[in-house]
Write a protein that binds this ligand. Sequence first.
Ligand SMILES: Cc1cc2nc3c(=O)[nH]c(=O)nc-3n(C[C@H](O)[C@H](O)[C@H](O)COP(=O)(O)O)c2cc1C
Ligand code: SF4
Ligand code: SF4
Length: 260
Amino acid sequence: MAATIYYFTGTGNSLYVAKKLGEKMDNSKLISIAIAIQQNDIELSETAGIVCPIYMHNIPLIVVDFIKKLKQPNYFFIVFAGGGELGGCLNETKKLCDSQQLELSSLFNIKMPSNYTPYGCPSESEQQKDFNDANAKIDEIAQVINSQEKVIEKNNTGFIRTYIHPGLLYKLGYKYINVMDKSYLADENCNGCAICQKVCPVNNITIEAGKPVWHSHCQQCYACLQWCPKEAIQFGDKTIGIQRYHNPFVKVNEIIKSTK
Ligand SMILES: Cc1cc2nc3c(=O)[nH]c(=O)nc-3n(C[C@H](O)[C@H](O)[C@H](O)COP(=O)(O)O)c2cc1C
Ligand code: SF4
Ligand code: SF4
């Protein structure tokens, strides 16, 4: 069985999951969604799936665009490698697949360490627990996919965090994700190294006069903020003094290679 695993990642968690999943599946290939979308080149195998984060209880915008370009594989799966709360993702994925006449075979949720810095950085022991649990869950998911079973995971959030909270977030935040980069700034610690530009999956950053400039087609993946070696990027005043997070098993070069 040939399988293609498409992934979108900012801070490495989804790449971590995609790589581990790929190791457990026969004849699998990993493809970056950021690159596939730029090249408008979407090859499909009989089994194909997506691994991606969750943003604001929803599917990352670039992944929505990608799903709209997908043709139906024999077996189609999605793995959310977010901070653990499916929220509105289950309903939104079903709605999107219905509108595209795509049959979703399986949907899974893996809790990874949260990269949403305004809420703080997960401690090392919290991260370790997440990785241990994630590794066990990846084994289970690989078995399901290899045997072509169909499993749609149940939502793990209550009514308010599945309907009310996402409903508000979609109106007040999610719709405006692209332009939320107006809150980013590089402080006096910036040394002009351009790593932020290189890790951006959508070429939303240029370096001008030695500092990053954002261009309003942001995905809110937090790659720039989290991979900056000087911790110089702030999101307004919400990230000042908070420890940064990126997946400790993924190297910055792997992220750069996933972007272009
Ligand atoms: C702007 C933003 C919003 C987020 N919203 C959610 C959310 O609603 N639910 C959730 O479970 N995780 C949320 N997260 C956490 C990420 O989905 C999670 O850390 C994910 O594993 C990051 O994946 P990556 O390392 O592949 O980029 C959010 C992260 C960011 C940066
Ligand atoms: S990665 Fe950080 S230090 Fe390097 S240019 Fe960007 S903001 Fe400046
Ligand atoms: S500007 Fe930063 S947060 Fe926005 S898409 Fe690029 S790397 Fe991600």
